[in-house]
Design a binder for this molecule. Sequence first.
Ligand code: GMT
Length: 375
Amino acid sequence: MKIAIVCYPTFGGSGVVATELGIALAERGHEVHFITYKQPVRLELLGNNIHFHEVHVPEYPLFHYQPYELALSSKLVDTVKFYGIELLHVHYAIPHAYAGYMAKKMLQEEGIFIPMITTLHGTDITLVGKHPFYKPAVTFSINKSDVVTSVSEDLKQSTLEIFNIEKEIEVIPNFIDTSKYSLDYTDCQRSLMANEDERIVTHISNFRKVKRIPDVINVFHKIQKEIPAKLIMVGEGPEKEMAEQLSDDLGIKDKVLFLGNSNEIDRILCFSDLFLLPSESESFGLAALEAMINRVAVISSNTGGIPEVNKDGVSGFLANVGDVDEMASKALQILRSDEVLADFKENAYKVASKFDILHILPLYEEVYEKAYKSR
Ligand code: GMT
């Protein structure tokens, strides 16, 4: 099929999922067109089957806010017509589902009928979408999508609780391409980050409030009191400076490395022992899944869709949001013994393998076919 994918091109989870999905679809012979304001960060290879179309929003002094939705829907209309695109898949409801629906209606006026799949990712529902300023438009665009999917069962339930949804929501979990991960640790370069006797604890996120960054630092503070350890913090965001200050205040500045945004997540996870994800809310927790496939045990909060990914007592442990003591004590339970750590690492890999793209891609293809037939 010829598929247009609309997403955010940044390091955020929804953009990563959309990009990896598009790449996998292209490998299966579909023609994929990414439509967004910048080339997605994980999209390296463009070719016959993968295209990128940039949405430009011309600056005009009259506009206090530049109308991105308008530019996106116009771009969608033009691209669909020029390339004969058969289906729109929009990731993150705001404003993509809204712009997609407008494009669909404009195309209908010209006798072109194109189905739209909307994938809900999390904050588009739980944080931003439910705000009264957006709620009516988000409800409308979800209900007007031909198919709605959600990345976890928990997000589906939250969506049904928060909005007045008339559409069926299908759960299609996020995924990982397991074929990219081998057992070869030789390239890990662990010694660049830590001493032989130190455990490596990692956190990767956009450093927003919802990630509870102080909990990450405080959990690590307790860990390093008991065993030699380093903390690697990957990502950029509003809470980063505070985190740097907090590690200084706690006297652990020399044990916490802030690496900023990275395109080499797998290389970092390759030498990590434990991943911390103490989020306030998390629809899925793609970062935890990426850690697990790299054989990294996970200590997380038990909120949202995380329990669907991190299995308590198997791939790691879960604790209540904000329970720093419990998280630290569970982390130490894993990190104290080489044997226990090795078991958790192996189990993390096994649990993550169940989310292999080979199992998930056909679910999207099924949904595409259904939507295309019902046009
Ligand atoms: O908060 C983030 O990590 C970014 C955010 C996004 O929209 O890109 O992530 C959301 O979508 C990811 C991919 O489906 C999920 O794995 C994250 O759990 C979800 N974030 C939240 O729900 C807070």
